[in-house]
Design a protein around this ligand. Sequence first.
Ligand code: MTE
Ligand code: HPA
Ligand code: MOS
Length: 753
Amino acid sequence: MKNREASVLNIKGLTKFVDDLPEPSDCLQAAVKLSESAHGRILSISTEKARALDSSVMVITAKDVPGENQIGTNKSDEPVLPESEWEYWGQPLVLVLARTRNLARKAAALVEIKSEPLPVITDPREAAKQNSFILPSSTAYCGDTVAAFAQCDYVVSGRVDSDGQEHVYLETQGCFAEVRDGGKVFVISSTQSPTGVQRSIARCLGLPMSMVEVEARRLGGGFGGKEEQASYWASLAALGAFLTHKPVKLYLNRHEDMRATGKRHPYSSDFRIGADKEGHILAFEADYYQNSGSSCDLSPAILSRTLLHATGAYHIPNVRVTGYMCKTNLPSFTAFRGFGAPQSFFVIESAIDLLARKMGCSAVDIQRKNLVSEGDISHYGMPMKRVRAKEAFDEVIAESSWPQLKAEIEEFNATHTTEKKGAAFLPICFGISFTNLFLNQAGALVHVYTDGSILVSTGAVEMGQQVSSKIALVAARTFGLPVDKIHVERTSTLTVANTVPTAASTGADMNGMATQIACNEIKARLSKKAAEMLGVSPDSIEFRDGVVFSSGKDMGLTWNKLVSAANMARIDLSAHAYYATPNLVFDATRQWGSPFAYHVYGTACVVARVDLVRCTYKLESAFIAHDVGNSLDETIDLGQIEGGFAQGLGWALLEDLRFGEDGRPLSDTLSTYKVPDEAFLPENVKIKFLPGIENWAAPFNSKAIGEPPLQYGIAGYFAVLNALRAAKPNGPDFYSIPLIPEKIEKYLDGAAK
Ligand code: MTE
Ligand code: HPA
Ligand code: MOS
């Protein structure tokens, strides 16, 4: 556990999250008043009753925002506080400050807002009908689908729906802000994007970015929810601090967080797929109606990832897929692990499932036959290299003893009447890099202190994914030092500037590369000094286990002695480095190019057992073969695979995010919204790493791990569906995430939607 010191703090409950930090004695607590309908026009705001509660109460409204009342980055459609209209149920309308949190909350409840109702849309297809879009639609295409469909022996089409997903990070959104040193705004935010928060605060306070300092320590989880949307809460807290000149803390309770913040985008999609007699897929078309919610947020980048993952792990020569960003009166949906890809993986897998039924064969056969191979050109024009789709798939066929497992399931189903089993495979091919090209950059600052200890700062935010441990490992390996010599500092806009969010699974890759470059710079200076001291050539120098070697020989010069000598010789022991992922080209309007540094491959097979009487299920086992590259730390990667898989299973089968037709949030507490627990997860999970492979885009040939495994959860959906079909072979074909017991019951009654 040495290189995972942060985890030990977590386990012992010693990690300080934003709300655990000691507060200055004059700190004010903030609360927000949330809207209580999905769409309304503000006629008047009356604050007398709220202010009468306590002399410390202060109510802040849109007109108090000194700079631009706007935090939207992709589109200016998100006011910090609304001036005239609110657009979803749970939108903050005013900010209230008071000396205690209780008082602030009570005062917020006493703010009276007169309003008139406005029309509400919650369904993306309805929004599309009414031309309610965030931005124009976007299409990716290759080949000629019209001609190709005409040549297909089998063509099927259908509809697929997937609901949203709540992040349920353990630490809710929050921020501490204060004005320091006569005007500088200092903020500690639970954010994946300190620079984004800095930019947003500067904008709404009308300050230069140099007057805003943002720090992110450890987050109690982000999962995408704090990539763009932490800015909101940080801007509100900073606004309070700026206006009162007192420290302010804003921290949402779970109920507020579940109402007010964005989640995974629900999608409703139509597909058409065609294949030849042997089951080679020749053409695929889809229309994705993305429920974007009330504002733009990250929706275009998410839709782009949907389009780029439309063909899943398969090569399809003729493709035309279009995505619509449908504006509705729901909280603005945002980044969530997978970032639009899980939704399109579910569509292509549903299409293959239906095709297999039409052809009377197993989906596994069609899946295997169409997996992407070396040298294929993707439907967005990228030549596919170092492809491992078949390798992973076959590994799982072997690991699960598939022919035998299949026979066992058939045998079980033939001999059981109240229970049935099903299994399904899910291959992945997940593109690594931000779909927003310019975000593919990172920086690192490395200091070697005179006692030989090392401090590394990067743009990466630690949120439980152990990016700090990975960066420490990169620095340790580069310097040939034990990892306990390295300390990775919290993330701050002071140490590394203009950083991108820690997201798109690129945190360890890009910040690790920047760290490696910075360490190599210092190492070159130290090698030169060592060579001088030892009278050998700098090229012969190597650092191993804290000792200098020349041409493979231990020279008796320790790292500590060398560092100290270098300092005496006035050699700079610090370096800043910058890394921009090379060779990326992408035309976002045409959705065409090579937008990814590389792809991550893998396959999962899940076996489920359904209780036909209770309409419940148990996940029995899962087999996963995953492409971790040369893992920097196998324990961390294993944890990420298990965590991502669990979160994916939760989305596919369990988590039931609901809104009323009037836009009212119906699953806004942890008693009405279930998340996976240990009992829900498969009893036996067998995970195998594919052997390492060359990868120039990540340190030491490692590979990104954060998001790809989430997709494996979709195998759980089809495993349960296949078990249902064993009970009722000709039940309706339906593809609707999450596959909760209510839907199972409907299927078995023949009335599933
Ligand atoms: N793991 C934990 N424990 N907590 C998190 O918040 N976020 C996920 C993934 N794994 C997350 C996590 C998401 S959405 C991403 S994009 C990656 O971690 C980001 O970190 P990385 O780029 O360093 O892998
Ligand atoms: N993933 C996550 N976040 C992002 C991306 C992406 O591809 N593009 C822009 N923000
Ligand atoms: Mo992850 S959804 O890219 O923060």
